[in-house]
Design a protein around this ligand. Structure first.
Ligand code: LUH
Length: 435
C-alpha cells in the first residue's frame, strides 16, 4: 500500500496552537525540545496544563480523557485528593533528609505484605535504577558476570539492559548507540514465550549467568503475558543453576494484587517495582529474597553492594507511594482489571469490523493496540497506530503513540463508553485518511 505519509500526517494533527508555540521555544534550549523520548510525538507534543482524576487539560484548554496516565504510572489518575493530602503534609515537615523516616518503614512493611517473596525491599528513585540495582545484586550474590533478557523487552536506560530493547525479536545482539562492546558482551538475549528456544540459549551460558531478567508482560514486544510453560522453564533453569530470576514488574505489577508473576502462576527471587507503587512520584524498588538482598546490608560492615541516592526513600515520595498502595485494594485491582477487559473487548470489536491487520493485546487494566505500518510514495514508513493516537487526541482521548494505555481507579463504565466512542471515530479517521 503506498500512500503519502505527509497527507496522512497532515490529515490528523493535534489542535493545540500554544503547544506548537511551546514546542518551538523548547527546541531552542533542549535537544528536540525534549527530556523524555517516550513523550515526544510529531508534528509536536501536546503540552498539558493540569490533570484531575481521569482528565487532563492541555495548554489550549482542551480537556481529554487520559488513558495513558503517564505511561501507566498514575493508577489512581491525576491529583488524587488523598495522595495530594499526604504529600502536602509530608512536604510541610521537610522534603528530604540525610536520615531515614518512619514512613519509609511503614511503606516497606506494606510492600513486603504484598508477596511472600518480598522478604526485604529497598527503595530507589526510578525504575531504571531499581533494575540496575537488582542486576548488580544478582551479580554480587552469584559472582557471575552475565545477564539474560528477553529479545525486544524494555527495562529502562541502564547500559546492561539497553540491549535488544527496541521491540524486535531478533536474537542478534544490538545495543543503543554509545554502549561499548564490553557491556553488550555480558548480555545474553533469549526469545519470548519459547521455552525450548530460551533454554537452548541459557544452557550455553549457564555457568556465567548471574540472572535471568524478564518482564512478565513485556510492553515493547506487544504486551502479551508470559506463558505458564515459559515461566516454568525459566524458574526450573534458575533453580537448577543457582541463577537469580528477576521479574521486572515496573509496569505489570498492577495486573494482580500480589503482582504479575503471582497472577501468572510463578515466583521470582527478586522483583523490580515502580510506576503504580509510586503514587505519581519518582520511586523504584527492589523486593526479594533476604538471601539475595543481603548484599545491600550495611549493618555488619561495608556491604558487598553499597547503594545510595540523594532522594532514595524521601518522605514525600514515600508518603505518595504508601497512599497509592493503600488505595490499591484487592477490590479496586479487580474492578479496573474488569474495566480493562471491557476496553480491550470494545477495541477488538471495532477493529475487526473496520480494519485489517490490527490487534489489541494486554492483561488486567493494561492494553496496547497494534496496527500495520504503511509506506508512502517516498518510501517513508508510518505506523498507523501513531496516527490513531493523534486522531484520538483530536477526539478527546489520550493514549501512547505506540498504542499503550490503561484504566485508572479514577475511571468507571462511563469513561470506558466515552473511550469506545472516541476510538470508533478515530479508527474511521485513520481509515478515511488512507483513501
Ligand atoms: O521509572 P523508569 O521510567 O526509569 O522505569 C524504567 C522501566 C523499567 N522497566 C520497565 C518494564 C518499564 O516499563 C520501565 C519504564 N517505562 O516504561 C515505559 C513504557 C512506555 O511508556 N512505553 N515502556 C515501553 O516499552 C513502552 C514503549 O515505549 N515506546
Amino acid at each position: 500500500m503506498t500512500i503519502s505519509a505527509h497527507e496522512l500526517s497532515d490529515a490528523i494533527v493535534p489542535n493545540s496552537t500554544r503547544s506548537e508555540q511551546l514546542y518551538q521555544r523548547a527546541r531552542k534550549v533542549m535537544p528536540g525540545g525534549n527530556s523524555r523520548t517516550a513523550v515526544f510525538t510529531t508534528p509536536y507534543p501536546v503540552y498539558v496544563r493540569s490533570g484531575q482524576g481521569a482528565r487532563v487539560v492541555d495548554v489550549d484548554g482542551n480537556e481529554r480523557l487520559d488513558f495513558l496516565n503517564n505511561s501507566t504510572a498514575l493508577i489512581h489518575g491525576h491529583a488524587h485528593p488523598r495522595i495530594v493530602e499526604v504529600m502536602a503534609q509530608a512536604a510541610a515537615r521537610g522534603m528530604s533528609f540525610g536520615m531515614p523516616t518512619e514512613v519509609e518503614v511503614t511503606f516497606a512493611e506494606a510492600l513486603c505484605g504484598r508477596n511472600e517473596t518480598f522478604e526485604h525491599v529497598r527503595f530507589t528513585s526510578t525504575g531504571t535504577e531499581a533494575v540496575m540495582m537488582a542486576v548488580q545484586a544478582a551479580r554480587a550474590y552469584t559472582l557471575r558476570p552475565k545477564i539474560a533478557k528477553i529479545a525486544g523487552a524494555y527495562h529502562g536506560a541502564y547500559d546492561t539492559v539497553a540491549i535488544n530493547n527496541d521491540g524486535s525479536g531478533s536474537l542478534i545482539t544490538h545495543a543503543t548507540q554509545g554502549i561499548p562492546d564490553g557491556v553488550s558482551h555480558n548480555t545474553v538475549v533469549i526469545p519470548f514465550n519459547d521455552p525450548e528456544g530460551a533454554l537452548a540459549v541459557l544452557r550455553r551460558h549457564a555457568d556465567e549467568l548471574a540472572c535471568v531478567l524478564i518482564d512478565p508482560v513485556p510492553w515493547r514486544i506487544g504486551l502479551v503475558p508470559a506463558s505458564g510453560d515459559y515461566l516454568t522453564a525459566l524458574r526450573s533453569f534458575c533453580d537448577e543453576t543457582g541463577t537469580v530470576l528477576i521479574s521486572d514488574e515496573v509496569g505489570s505489577f498492577r495486573i494482580g494484587w500480589h503482582g504479575a508473576m503471582s497472577r501468572l502462576g510463578s515466583a521470582a527471587d527478586i522483583t523490580v517495582l515502580g510506576k503504580v507503587i509510586a503514587g505519581g512520584m519518582p520511586i523504584g524498588a527492589v523486593a526479594g529474597r533476604r538471601t539475595v538482598m543481603a548484599v545491600f546490608d550495611p549493618s555488619s560492615g561495608s556491604p558487598a553492594l553499597p547503594h545510595s541516592g540523594s532522594y532514595n526513600a524521601n518522605p514525600v515520595s514515600m508518603s505518595a507511594g504508601l497512599g497509592s498502595l493503600e488505595l490499591l485494594t484487592r477490590k479496586e485491582t479487580q474492578r479496573i482489571n474488569d474495566l480493562g477487559e471491557s476496553v480491550r473487548r470494545h477495541m477488538a470489536h471495532i477493529l475487526a469490523a473496520r480494519t485489517e491487520g490490527w490487534t489489541v493485546n494486554g492483561v488486567g487494566s493494561l492494553f496496547r493496540v497494534l496496527g500495520p505500518a504503511v509506506t508512502d510514495a517516498s518510501g517513508q514508513r508510518m505506523n498507523l497506530v501513531n496516527l490513531l493516537s493523534r486522531a484520538l487526541l483530536r477526539r478527546g482521548v489520550h493514549i501512547g503513540d505506540s498504542g499503550l494505555g490503561c484504566v485508572s481507579t479514577a475511571m468507571g463504565p462511563d469513561e470506558v463508553d466515552s473511550y469506545a466512542r472516541a476510538f470508533e471515530g478515530a479508527v474511521a479517521d485513520v481509515v478515511a485518511a488512507q483513501r
